[in-house]
Design a protein around this ligand. Structure first.
Ligand code: EPU
Length: 333
């Protein structure tokens, strides 16, 4: 375990903002976290790879980060494998490990920034797959009393980019391990737009080719946070009623959409933002990425306030034009 006081978080958030925390604790095991819980300064902020955070200023409290880095096979049968993965494992290292070992389920989630613990909190998703599709159990520690608690998939109350850990139990449980159920039998999911085409070009739907295809598509659309600070999708794709959707479609027959639960319709926020004219435009040192309007970037020296000002302006303009209120996927701290 390492404990650092008055510590910079510049390399702990993918917007690359140089803010500080009163204390930063990297804990490497369940016992280490339990031992340190009694005497840490409140409030507490739990972070993973910092790929979904926008700091509005210094954090006056304790930042907790897990470095549990094991990946172990704990069971399975002829068709499936159960894998227990430490919260601090880099998500894409886990995906690469699955690809090498021939385990199907997470290949469409290749190259998503962040760590395994946060994947279970955010229910990360891409190209027709969400973390919830492969999560069996989320193992946690209760910050209030140090007790261990396992959440089944159903108890996590997963929905699009939502879980119990972002809502009812926000900030209350630290993820230690996530148990995934993966398939030993090929299960390519190629339904999402460009993937099938790219996989075909690479020679067919092997695990490796799907991983390569997803990485290539992401690289062509999304900025590398090491080169240009960003947090992936800044907004969630709004889910609206069919009635609201039909009104938009009557004015814009080409509006893209995906079916959502309960007869609702999901509309790409990137499309809505592009239609307001914001794609590629800047407001001070914050900008809308030129190849994907859902991504806000730090052109250099932007503060959380700068990025929020841009986000608020976009929300206002989308509201004016379409009557839809965008909500952020990024968490303001
Ligand atoms: N579009 C535009 N203009 C844009 C961006 C998108 O018109 O600037 C339209 C296009 O018609 C495109 C459609 O929106 O066909 C969908 O775009 P894309 O495939 O890029 O996906 P998205 O809906 O914008 C979501 C996730 C991404 C994920 C992709 C692929 C959310 C909030 N975002 O984006 O997740 O990679 O689908 O599955 O659901 C993330 O969460 O950080 C993230 C990158």
């Amino acid at each position: 375990m390492t404990i650092r006081d008055n510590c910079s978080l510049a390399d702990r958030n993918t917007f690359g903002m140089d803010i500080r925390a009163d204390s930063l604790i990297d804990w490497a095991s369940t016992d280490e976290l339990k031992n340190v819980l009694h005497d840490i300064e409140q409030p507490i902020l739990m972070i993973g790879g910092g790929s979904n955070l926008l700091f509005m200023g210094d954090f006056r409290g304790t930042v907790l980060h897990s470095t549990i880095s094991s990946i172990e096979v704990i069971g399975g049968d002829s068709d499936h494998v159960h894998v227990r993965v430490g919260a601090g494992v880099v998500w894409d290292d886990f995906v690469a490990w699955c690809s090498i070992n021939g385990y199907w389920g997470v290949e469409n989630l290749s190259a998503i920034p962040g760590e395994v613990g946060a994947s279970a909190v955010q229910n990360i998703g891409a190209y027709g797959v969400e973390a919830k599709d492969v999560i069996d159990t989320v193992q946690t520690i209760c910050l209030a009393d140090g007790s261990e608690r396992d959440f089944t998939n159903a108890q996590c109350r997963y929905a699009y980019r939502q879980s119990i850990f972002k809502n009812e139990l926000k900030g209350q449980y630290a993820v230690t391990y996530v148990i995934f159920t993966l398939s030993k039998v090929a299960q390519p999911k190629l339904g999402y737009g460009a993937i099938a085409q790219e996989v075909e070009r690479l020679g067919g739907p092997t695990l490796e080719n799907i991983r390569k295809a997803v990485i290539a598509i992401r690289e062509s659309k999304l900025p590398d946070p090491k080169l240009l600070g960003n947090a992936g999708s800044f907004f969630m794709n709004p889910v609206i009623s069919e009635q609201e959707f039909n009104i938009i479609r009557s004015n814009y027959p080409d509006v893209p959409s995906y079916p959502a639960p309960d007869g609702m319709v999901k509309v790409p926020a990137g499309w809505l933002i592009e239609k307001t004219g914001w794609k590629g435009r800047s407001l001070g040192p914050a900008a809308v990425y030129e190849k994907q309007a859902l991504v806000l970037v730090n052109k250099g020296g932007a503060t959380g306030v700068d990025v929020k000002r841009l986000a608020d302006t976009i929300i206002e303009d989308v509201k004016q034009k379409f009557g839809i209120t965008l909500t952020t996927e990024v968490n303001y701290i």
